[in-house]
Design a protein around this ligand. Structure first.
Ligand SMILES: Nc1nc2c(ncn2[C@@H]2O[C@H](COP(=O)(O)OP(=O)(O)OP(=O)(O)O)[C@@H](O)[C@H]2O)c(=O)[nH]1
Ligand SMILES: [Mg+2]
Length: 261
């Protein structure tokens, strides 16, 4: 059975670029991987999707035909997809591959936070193993209270979708090395992280340092990896995190041969 890798994250966090780079990485390691574009509104892609949701529903065409705005058109497109979801699932499952990477729509809240989005993913994934990657823009995360709010959003998405999740801090090529080290250090030292979070006046108005610490205990349980998709940095760690979840740390080839191979 293939493994599903669902790429999630706020608009512009790097989902599409990571989908392309992760597919390249897996192919370069002799692992078969296909890319599915599930964004009905995307204009152009840096990878050639093996399956493209725009052949089922196209949000840009809907905008032209109906006069809907970009958000309305994306909502309508995802709703329309629900009527053809079995067809899409069958097309995806007809691919003979190890990994299926799913690039999701830019406006995550219109997908993950409506009823249809999780239903579409559940239907596609079925009984297969899946991991969702929650992308956090590294530039945004360089401020501790921002990183904290991104972790809260990740947890919220985790609750919505229910797949085992890995946080992926993206675009580290744009960050000074010491900032990346600082963020990594927060994972070893939640006390220091909590102190830095409440240095932000707005965060301190909502929660005390002790309350933040209680939240961090849960939030920091999720794996985090640091990547640059343009420079291919951190991809060995990303692959290891994915494997830990879908295959208990084993490489794909050490698994039982599956009927679809
Ligand atoms: N420097 C750098 N830029 C990146 C990286 N990953 C993505 N980008 C840039 O960030 C911008 C957004 O990247 P996308 O991959 O389109 O992000 P997305 O999450 O798919 O965006 P939407 O689907 O529109 O929400 C683009 O200009 C990318 O070139 C990275 O690792 N390093
Ligand atoms: Mg995208």
């Amino acid at each position: 059975m293939p493994y599903f890798i669902i790429v999630l994250g706020t608009a512009g966090s790097g989902k599409t670029t990571l989908t392309a780079s992760l597919q390249d990485y897996l192919l370069n390691h002799n692992l078969d991987a296909v890319a599915v574009n599930l964004d009905p509104a995307v204009e152009s892609l840096p990878y050639k999707p093996d399956i493209d949701v725009r052949e089922y529903v196209n949000a840009r065409e809907l905008m032209r035909k109906t006069g809907l705005g970009p958000n309305g058109a994306l909502i309508a497109a995802v709703d329309m997809l629900a009527t053809r979801i079995d067809e899409l699932r069958d097309e995806i499952w007809s691919l003979k591959t190890n990994y299926i990477i799913i690039d999701t729509p830019g406006q995550m809240e219109l997908f993950a936070y409506r009823e249809i989005g999780p239903l579409v993913l559940d239907t596609i994934v079925g009984d297969a193993k899946a991991v969702s990657l929650f992308l956090i823009d590294g530039i945004y995360a360089s401020k501790p209270s921002n990183y904290f709010s991104a972790l809260l959003l990740s947890a919220s998405t985790h609750v919505r979708l229910g797949f085992p999740q890995v946080n992926v801090l993206t675009k580290i090529d744009l960050l000074p090395e010491n900032i990346v080290d600082n963020i990594a250090e927060f994972h070893n030292d939640p006390y220091a992280f909590a102190t830095r979070i409440v240095e932000d006046k707005k965060a301190s108005l909502i929660w005390s340092e002790d309350e933040v610490l209680i939240l961090l205990e849960k939030l920091l349980m999720t794996d985090v990896v640091f990547v640059s998709s343009t420079q291919m940095l951190g991809y060995d760690n990303l692959y290891a995190s994915i494997q830990r979840i879908v295959a208990g740390g084993e490489d794909y080839y050490t698994e039982e041969p599956s009927p679809v191979l």
